[in-house]
Structures are given as structure tokens and as C-alpha cells.
Write a protein that binds this ligand. Structure first.
Ligand code: ADP
Length: 518
């Protein structure tokens, strides 16, 4: 099965699914049991038994039900793949189903014991078996050279009706032949007792079995072989006993009934099993699709979120430059500084896109040994304007001999910018002194720890478990992507990011990364 859990057509159709070892063994066991039962019956085959009036109607009803369900099952398969072979075999079962009606109704001892009734019944029996074997042969010959035909694709009702019409025509012909041809009863009675008749019938059934064996591929082929074995055993027994109401005559029908019932039961259970597999596969597919959509959502939200900061900085600097230019005595140095900031922000935006792509691809090529203290200073410089605007004082406590970490510079910059931006936003409404504290420390064994603390309102304990979830936000204009991206970056670097308990008011976010000891 594919690792995705999604199935293809070959794995869900009885007509294409290859049989498992267990199924082959089960089929073989059934055939062996049938053969053993046949051999056990042969010595007593001609022992007379009383005439049971209900036997033929009961047998015919059972065969009608079994064959109609099998036929429906196969028509469903046909409606899925529109193969001529499946049409042939489902048509064969439909033919078998419908033939049981006239066959039972013309049974000589049931209504009247006339020669015509006997001939009609004999002819119908022959045509029933002959027809079924021919349909199986047609199925076998057609199944390996399928070319999708237009008419098959168009109309299922047409296919079903034409199969049924074929049966009605056969019945009508039998009726015509037996009622209009006066010498028919005698001719047929002689023929029915001849070796040519039996050899022909048995040969045809055997041919169907041999063809199925030679071209066996699917679960359906396997179980059709079991049915054909049942049919052959039935024909052999009838041929051996040559008359009604003896052990062999009853047993032949019972054997065929048993094999047909078993095959139907197995085909039904196979179908139910395949349905369950298909249902699981559909669910897996929809989960995969959802996950893909979610990833797309998260990805587009990440891009939007990350681009906001450099774009906002560009706008602020453009406004600032415009103000410096608009003064009666334009301050060109300030304008130059703003332009430099704009250029830096544009470069940052470009790097961010590259880094998001690297993150999605889990690409570690941009990792170099980094001094996190230096990176902290760099990010504080980048966010200087926002810090000033928020009237926030910065407290730096950096460990002097911090070992480097092997990391993607742009991605770690992103983490720090996100944490500092969150801290600035958190302190926006604070009445107390606004302090941003950034610390670096060495954690044993060989881990570098960075902590970003603010003096804002802190994190509500009710949401602390969810703040790292993608798209979770408590801000009216928030995206809920910042912390999710930070965690994904830090974990991508074999590190850990968490919200620590603050000593006083405010929130503390900490991350630890493995030091680059090499
Ligand atoms: P956003 O900032 O777009 O809401 P984040 O993933 O960065 O998305 O943050 C998720 C949530 O975590 C925020 O909406 C906020 O409720 C909470 N949060 C993050 N940082 C802080 C902080 N420094 N102080 C208080 N709450 C915070």
C-alpha cells in the first residue's frame, strides 16, 4: 500500500485486485472439500431417495437470490470500470438468475408430468449451464484485452436491459422449439442421454475453468474458478446418476448451491473489506488535503507576517525622509540615514523570503557559526525606532564568553525581532516603567540561552498553552504566526523555545540552542 494511505483503482476492485496467499489457500481448501464430498457421494450416488416436492422450488429460490446478489455486485464493479469482461460475467449471473424462474416452473413433477414439460426442463437446464459457461469463457477471453468502448461508458441501464433481453429471447426460443416441433421431445430425450451431450457440456465447463486458470489474476478470477469447480462437480454427478431422486441427483445441486453461496459470501466480505479500506483511504486523503491547505495557510500567513516588519519600517523611513526634505532647510544627512534604513529593510525583506523558502525546504545550507550577543545588538539596532516610539528602555545582560551557535543568521534574526516586537506591543498600554530585558547565558551542557523579558501584563495562564499554535492571536490585528514561526525555527536548529514564568509582572520568552563546540 502506498505510504500516503491513498489507494489506486487496482487496490479496490475485485476484478483487478490480486488474491492474497490466504485467499488462494481458502479457495483451494473449498475446492478440496467439495471434491472430497463428491468422492464420498459417488458410491451412494444411485441410492434412491423419496421425491421431495419442495426441493426444486427451494433450490431455485436460493439460486435466484444468490445469483441476483452476485450479479448486482458484479454490475456495480462494471459501473466503476466499464469493462466488457465485467459486463460479460455480470450478464452471465443475471442470465443465471433469470433462468431459474422458467427452469423451476417447468420442473416436470411439480405441475404435470408430460413429455413436453420434461423436454422443456431438460433444455432449460442445458441452456442454463451452457449459457453460464459461455459467459465465463467470454469474461476470460475479454478480460486481458480491454479497450474502453464508448457505448459501455454511456449506458449502464442499456447493458443490464440487453442482458435481460437475451435471457427472455432464450426462454422464448426454448418455448417455441418445444411446443411447435412435434419430434423435439423424443430427439432431445435421446440426445440428453448421449455421451456427446455430456461430453460437450463437461468439456465446455472444463474449458471455462482451464481458461480461468490460465489467465487468473484477480480475486474475482479465483472465486469464479471455485464456482466452475462446483458446476463441474454438479454436472459430473448428474451425468453419473442419469436419473432423478437419487442421492447423486440431490447432492449435485446441494454442492453447487454450497459453492455458489460460499463464493457470494466471500465476494461480499471482500467487498465490505475493500469498502472499509477505501473509506480509510478517502479519510486519509482528506486529512492530507487539509494538512496541505493548513500548510499553505500557515505559509502565506508566515510570509505576510514576516514581511510586515520590513515593509512597515520602509514606510516609516519614507515618511521620515519626506519630513526631513519638507523642512525649510532640508536635513540631507537625516534623509540619507532614512534611505540607508530603507535599503536595509528592502534587503531584509529579500533575505526573509529566501529564509522562509529554506525553512519550508528544511534547508540547512545557510548555517554558519554565529555570535548571539552580536545578533542581539544587531536586532536592537534594527528595532531602535519602535523601541524609542514605545518609550521603552533596554537592559542588556550579555554573557561575555558566549560560545557561537551554528545557525541561519536571517532566521535567528527573525526570532529575536518577533520576540522583541511582541514585547513592544505588550508594553504599549503599560503604566509602569517599560523595560525590555535581553539576556544571554551559558547553560550546561553546551547550550546557549537567550531570554527576552518585558514589563507588560504577562501571559494569561488560560492561553499559555496555545500561544505557540499557528494562527492563535489575542490581538485585533494579529496573525498568530510570530511565535509559531519562532518555535519552528528554533526546533529546526535542534533547540527549544518556551514561555518562562516571569519573576515580576510581564512575560519572559527563552530559547536555548546547542553551542557550536566544533
Ligand atoms: P500575534 O503577535 O500576531 O498575536 P504571536 O504568535 O506572536 O502572534 O503571539 C500569539 C499570542 O501570544 C499573542 O496574541 C499574545 O496573546 C501572546 N503573546 C505573545 N508575546 C507576548 C508578550 N510578550 N506578552 C504577552 N502576551 C504575549
Amino acid at each position: 500500500m502506498p505510504t500516503t494511505g491513498v489507494l489506486d483503482e487496482q487496490q479496490v476492485l475485485l476484478s483487478t485486485l490480486p488474491p492474497s496467499r490466504g485467499q488462494t489457500r481458502l479457495a483451494l481448501a473449498i475446492v478440496l472439500v467439495l471434491l472430497a464430498a463428491f468422492c464420498a457421494t459417488v458410491p451412494f450416488a444411485t441410492v434412491p431417495l423419496p421425491y421431495v416436492r419442495e426441493f426444486i422450488p427451494a433450490y431455485a429460490t436460493a439460486m435466484f437470490v444468490i445469483n441476483s446478489i452476485t450479479s448486482a455486485l458484479l454490475f456495480v464493479q462494471f459501473s466503476l470500470v466499464r469493462s466488457r469482461a465485467l459486463l460479460a460475467i455480470s450478464g452471465g449471473y443475471l442470465f443465471s438468475t433469470l433462468m431459474t424462474i422458467p427452469w423451476a416452473l417447468t420442473f416436470p413433477d411439480l405441475f404435470e408430468q408430460t413429455e413436453i414439460a420434461s423436454t422443456t426442463w431438460g433444455l432449460l437446464s442445458t441452456l442454463w449451464h451452457l449459457g453460464f459457461a459461455l459467459f465465463v469463457i467470454a469474461y476470460t477471453l475479454l478480460k486481458d484485452n480491454e479497450s474502453p468502448t464508448q457505448w459501455l461508458r454511456r449506458s449502464l441501464p442499456f447493458a443490464v436491459l440487453s442482458s435481460a433481453a437475451g435471457v427472455v429471447i432464450v426462454d422464448a426460443l426454448v418455448w417455441l422449439v418445444t411446443t411447435t416441433n412435434a419430434s423435439m421431445p423424443t430427439t432431445f430425450a435421446l440426445f440428453e442421454r448421449s455421451y456427446t451431450y455430456w461430453n460437450g457440456l463437461l468439456l465446455l465447463a472444463f474449458l471455462a475453468l482451464a481458461l480461468l486458470w490460465a489467465r487468473r489474476r484477480s480475486v474475482l478470477d479465483l472465486w469464479l474458478m471455485v464456482v466452475m469447480c462446483g458446476l463441474l462437480i454438479e454436472l459430473c454427478l448428474i451425468f453419473l446418476v442419469g436419473r432423478r431422486y437419487v442421492v447423486g441427483w440431490y447432492a449435485s445441486r446441494v454442492f453447487f448451491l454450497i459453492s455458489s453461496t460460499l463464493v457470494l459470501a466471500i465476494l461480499l466480505s471482500e467487498t465490505a473489506f475493500l469498502y472499509a479500506r477505501l473509506a480509510r483511504s478517502v479519510m486519509a486523503e482528506s486529512r492530507e488535503r487539509e494538512a496541505r491547505l493548513m500548510t499553505m495557510d500557515v505559509l502565506s500567513a508566515s510570509i505576510a507576517h514576516e514581511m510586515n516588519q520590513p515593509l512597515a519600517s520602509i514606510v516609516t523611513n519614507v515618511d521620515a525622509a519626506a519630513r526631513w526634505m519638507g523642512r525649510p532647510a532640508p536635513d540631507l544627512d537625516e534623509v540619507k540615514a532614512s534611505l540607508a534604513q530603507i535599503r536595509n529593510s528592502a534587503y531584509r525583506a529579500r533575505d526573509l523570503i529566501g529564509s522562509i523558502r529554506a525553512m519550508v525546504k528544511r534547508d540547512g545550507r545557510n548555517r554558519t557559526p554565529l555570535d548571539l550577543n552580536e545578533l542581539v545588538r544587531e536586532v536592537l539596532a534594527l528595532t531602535e525606532r519602535e523601541l524609542q516610539r514605545g518609550r521603552i528602555s533596554v537592559e542588556l545582560r550579555l554573557h561575555e564568553h558566549l560560545p557561537p551557535v551554528k545557525a541561519d543568521r536571517v532566521q535567528l534574526q527573525q526570532v529575536l525581532i518577533n520576540l522583541i516586537t511582541n514585547a513592544i506591543e505588550a508594553m504599549r498600554e503599560t503604566k509602569q516603567p517599560r523595560v525590555l530585558q535581553v539576556k544571554s547565558a551559558l547553560q550546561e551542557p553546551n547550550r546557549v540561552l537567550i531570554s527576552v523579558a518585558d514589563s507588560g501584563p504577562g501571559i494569561d495562564s488560560a492561553i499559555v498553552d496555545r500561544i505557540f499554535n499557528p494562527l492563535f492571536t489575542t490581538k485585533s490585528n494579529g496573525m498568530g504566526m510570530g511565535l509559531a514561526i519562532c518555535r519552528s525555527i528554533i526546533e529546526g536548529h535542534d533547540g527549544r523555545l518556551w514561555a518562562a514564568a516571569a519573576a515580576q509582572s510581564g512575560a519572559v520568552f527563552e530559547f536555548a540552542l546547542p553551542a557550536d563546540v566544533a
